[in-house]
Ligand binder design. Sequence first.
Ligand code: ZN
Ligand code: FE
Length: 248
Amino acid sequence: MGLKVDIFPALQDNYGFILRDEASGKVANVDAPEPRAITKRLAVLGLEKLDYILNTHWHPDHAGGNALLKKRYGSQIYGPQEVTRIAPLDHVLKAGDVFMLGETKLDVVDLGGHTLGHIGYVDRAGGQAFVADTIFPLGCGRLFEGTPEQMWSALKRIAELPDETILYSAHEYTLPNLKFAESLGNSHALAERAVKIRAMRQRSEPTVPSTVAEEKATNPFLVYPLLEKDFTAQAAKFGELRRAKDRF
Ligand code: ZN
Ligand code: FE
């Protein structure tokens, strides 16, 4: 028994994630990028319900489908307070809270930086985490609202999860991220991963999810800051890289 995850494309380059707690049959979707895509995917899986929506942050490609899905399925919507800027929310979650999807425990963690209130959901028993727009394969989210220090705290929190933890990111941005990573210098690990990624994209396969170990070995937003000696220097290095990527 455990938590089953189904990943599927939505909108231009988003991913949706249908979560099923096998013990109870409870169903949730992480975020609500595109109601039609979610409804279709639920049908393909033979599911006619959506008990919960678990929002990560307020952006329209994440919370924009809340109202329609709630109307259709009567879903209970959980997420950070900031979601109410654009969409309905039934229950506010904050860092340190626990959300029970049936018998699966999801720890709510603070991943602020991309937006101030961005949260993530960690299934520690199952070794998987839903990190949305905080970390991507070989990349990280843009700093729309937070400071480099805040985002670096979030990235460190992800890097400190066990190596084998599976990371579910919310977008397919991997090829441009790879180009930026290669522009900074190559390593054996990055070259190996590049071959895998290009082949996967050639076959139109998602490069999400990845793992903490892969990101620590090759993601420039972890690799280079982690070479610095303390938090202040790490956050400064991170901020420098993020600005360079914004101009890339
Ligand atoms: Zn976003
Ligand atoms: Fe997004």
